[in-house]
Ligand binder design. Structure first.
Ligand SMILES: [Zn+2]
Length: 435
């Protein structure tokens, strides 16, 4: 296969991360920060420079483009349209302003000190044993065992004061480089390849303005995964329970026999929810949970918000039932209280919809196989934009794109893992074209 242009890919990544696209507050303007429009414009310009004809930077800040097919279908059926998606925004959990990416070529192994510490520390050798280092500015191999496999590779970190934005600018750079690679190598046989860059994924609004008919794809892949070689095939299914607890408020001086304190009622309810099991603190792997995460209110009324999560969509109803049962028991304990449980649907396990289009995962596995790699099928204890796209009818697994420690100043990526991701996509579009 034709070699991926590593330096150009690195250049893209460094260019994109230096544009501040930190997502803002949900509920305001869309997109929530002007930097997302600036990066979108840059991407649209670069795609036009590559020679793509239908590039559009729409009124919501989304970028759409197509790499046209290089072959015609053999039969009457048109070739499947394959879409790739990444999001331009970065997490508001850590600032993305003034990102100063640090490129470490030929990584020697060992802990990676960041920022000012980087000048004074070297990777510890076996002989020198441990040395004292600042705790927050070091990417430690103890916490990042995957670094051991990446000795000799190119690692990109922050200076320790911002996030890197590899989530999801690695995905953006990989898709952009794929487009450039396909344009430069028209001998690679593929059908239409749709590119879509979205905004505000980090605040839950990544696909608000995605019109599936306009995308016109048979399958989509989000490039928003960690490391290399993973195919995320399942996410949680998710509901939100909003519990309204009503008490009776009256001045405490005359409260005897009259006051019903919603704070106490709500506490009793939370106390009845499972703690030793079915909580985020006590589960991992495929086990779901109930997670009370917000309490607001006072004597007259308290609102609780409880996340319901499970890989088995049907189990969400059982979890809602546990809350409902606890609510009725607590109402009996506090006879004049009133507890309403409202369950709001959030998103559904990617796996439910992928089952209807088995080629989505099988072809991604085949792409890895052709490169002599074995893909790992993985599950995410959370949701992706792909969960919603899949539920709306477009099967969308998530692929590795070299992300590590997202949302943190200790975020890093590996150039060679991004190259691997581009290689996988180059194979994948050919598999979908039946080549
Ligand atoms: Zn992401």
């Amino acid at each position: 296969m034709k070699t991926i242009n590593q330096q150009r890919l690195l250049g893209r990544f460094l260019r994109y991360v230096q544009i501040d696209t930190t997502a803002g507050e949900p509920g305001g303007a869309y997109p929530s920060s002007p930097g997302q429009l600036a990066l979108g414009k840059l991407l649209a310009d670069e795609l036009r420079e590559m020679g793509l004809a239908d590039v559009e930077h729409d009124q919501h800040g989304l970028v759409w483009a197509t790499v046209p097919a290089t072959i015609r279908p053999a039969g009457k059926e048109p070739l499947p349209v394959v879409a790739f998606n990444a999001h331009v925004d970065t997490s508001p959990e850590t600032t993305g302003k003034n990102v100063r990416p640090h490129v470490i070529r030929n990584y020697k192994g060992g802990d990676i000190p960041l920022g000012e510490a980087a000048g004074t520390l070297r990777a510890p050798s076996a002989a020198s044993g441990t040395r004292s280092v600042p705790t927050t500015k070091v990417i430690r191999t103890a916490d990042n065992p995957e670094l051991a496999r990446l000795v000799g590779k190119t690692i990109i970190t922050t200076d320790g004061t911002t996030l890197l934005g590899s989530d999801d600018k690695s995905g953006v750079a990989v898709i952009m480089e794929l487009a450039h690679h396909l344009v430069e190598h028209p001998q690679i046989p593929h059908g239409p390849v749709r590119l879509l860059f979205t905004c505000d994924e980090e605040i839950g609004h990544g696909i608000n303005h995605v019109d599936l008919a306009r995308l016109g794809a048979t399958v989509c892949y989000t490039l928003d995964g960690s490391g290399a070689g993973d195919i995320d095939t399942e996410t949680f299914s998710a509901d939100l329970a909003v519990v309204t607890v009503r008490g009776i408020n009256i001045h405490p001086s005359i409260g005897k026999g009259r006051m019903v304190n919603a704070v106490r009622v709500a506490s009793a309810l939370i106390d009845r929810l499972p703690k030793g099991t079915l909580s985020p603190e006590t589960t991992d792997g495929r086990d779901g949970f109930l997670h009370p995460y917000t309490v607001e209110g006072g004597v007259a009324e308290v609102k609780l918000k409880i996340l319901l999560r499970d890989f088995q969509t049907a189990s969400l109803a059982e979890k809602a039932q546990l809350i409902e049962k606890a609510a009725r028991e607590v109402e009996t304990e506090f006879p004049r209280s009133q507890i309403d449980v409202q369950v709001i649907k959030q998103y559904r396990n990617l796996g439910d919809g992928l089952a209807r289009e088995p080629r989505a995962v099988a072809f991604a596995q085949e792409a890895h196989r052709r490169l002599g790699r074995e893909a790992k099928l993985t599950i995410i204890r959370g949701g992706t934009d792909g969960s919603q796209l899949t539920e709306r009818g477009l099967p969308t697994p998530n692929l590795s794109t070299g992300e590590h420690n997202p949302h943190s100043p200790l975020e890093w990526t590996c150039l060679e893992e991004m190259v691997q991701a581009v290689e996988v996509l180059v194979e994948l579009v050919q598999v979908w074209a039946g080549k």
